[in-house]
Design a protein around this ligand. Structure first.
Ligand code: BJW
Ligand code: ZN
Length: 268
């Protein structure tokens, strides 16, 4: 084993409050496309142009098709060795009376499927809906999410929006409401949920070691967490297939696919 890896493993064995921050790169080897890679397109759109309140207001049918596609895709994939290593590490450390907090930007629930506990989902979840009127949040794993979206959402760039009437898109279950639902996901230009953000910041301010796995470190506020921790002189290790704008500030950088690097770092 490389001496740098040995050194980081020693940091981890002495740590008692560890933050694991993840982004879409941890799910890449499960088959979930990342945002800023080549797989970041759906039809002719980039997520930045569909994952916005403006896009939803202009064409809710198109945006729901995009999410129907993502729900279909993610429900078919499995957690990979990195998700499993993270969940097992959390269990092991917890049994030693130590704390491992998992904070993810992902909406795919793969950490939870691997057995991780108390996962903080910064950007929401593909499996929750939020009412645009009464704000009710509901858990929903149905595929299709409503009859009108059955078989919709193909990524083929030549396909046009289905223009499903809003009455046939997902609607609120609350009897007196029945308004249009949206995905319970934090879109560009929207604020993160205050309680969720606070939970993350509590760990950012107190952790004594940190792993940052598979994130491009450009989307705020999550992008400031690792640099903020590094500024406290707390060891931070970045796991990525490439360098990021945050790399220079990190004490450790392990370059390579995270199913290899993270499993090595977190192995018993
Ligand atoms: C591997 C790998 C392998 C691959 N192994 N690694 C300050 C400055 C500038 C801009 C802003 C700012 N503050 C706020 C903003 C605006 C905006 C923002 O940050 N924009 C940037 C693009 C500049 N932020 C916001 O809008 C946020 N809201 C906010 O701040 O509210 C306050 C506010 C309100 C109003 C106005 C202004 C401020 C909200 C951001 C919510 C982001 N939501 C999204 C979309 C979700 C929708 C959906 O999924 O449909 O969440 S954006 C998208 O990016 C998604 C991700 O969670 C997020 C992060 O991306 P991630 O996970 O890092 O993926 P990639 O693809 O970027 O990177 C993958 C990485 O993995 C790469 O590095 C690969 O190398 C690596 N990798 N395979 C290891 N096998
Ligand atoms: Zn409602």
């Amino acid at each position: 084993m490389h001496h740098v890896m040995k050194s980081f493993r020693e940091v981890l064995s002495n740590a008692s409050n560890i933050l694991i921050l993840t982004g879409s790169g941890i799910s890449a080897e499960s088959g979930v496309p990342t945002f800023r890679g080549a797989g970041g397109f759906w039809r002719k759109y980039q997520a930045q142009n569909l994952a916005t309140p403006e896009a939803f207001a202009a064409n809710p049918s198109l945006v729901w098709e995009f999410y129907e596609y993502r729900r279909q895709l993610v429900s078919k994939v499995k957690p990979n060795k990195a998700h499993e290593a993270v969940a097992e590490f959390q269990k092991r450390k917890m049994a030693e009376g130590k704390k491992v907090s998992i904070v993810t930007q992902n909406i795919d629930a793969l950490h939870q499927k691997a057995g991780a506990e108390d996962v903080v989902e910064l950007h929401g979840s593909l499996y929750r809906t939020r009412c645009t009127k009464c704000r009710n949040i509901a858990f929903n794993e149905n595929i299709p999410i409503c009859p009108a979206l059955a078989g919709k959402g193909s990524p083929d760039p030549s396909i046009m929006s289905s223009d499903i009437p809003t009455e046939e898109l997902p609607r609120c279950e609350v009897q007196s409401c029945r308004a249009l639902l949206r995905p319970d996901i934090v879109w560009f230009g929207e604020q993160l949920d205050e309680n969720v953000l606070q939970k993350a910041l509590d760990v950012v301010e107190t952790c004594d070691a940190c792993l940052v796995i598979g994130t491009s470190a450009i989307v705020y506020p999550a992008a400031m967490f690792a640099p903020q921790i590094a500024r406290r002189k707390v060891p931070v290790a970045e796991f990525n297939i490439e360098e990021t704008p945050a790399t220079k500030q990190m004490q450790y950088h392990f370059q390579g696919p995270c199913t290899t690097t993270v499993t090595e770092a977190l192995a018993p």
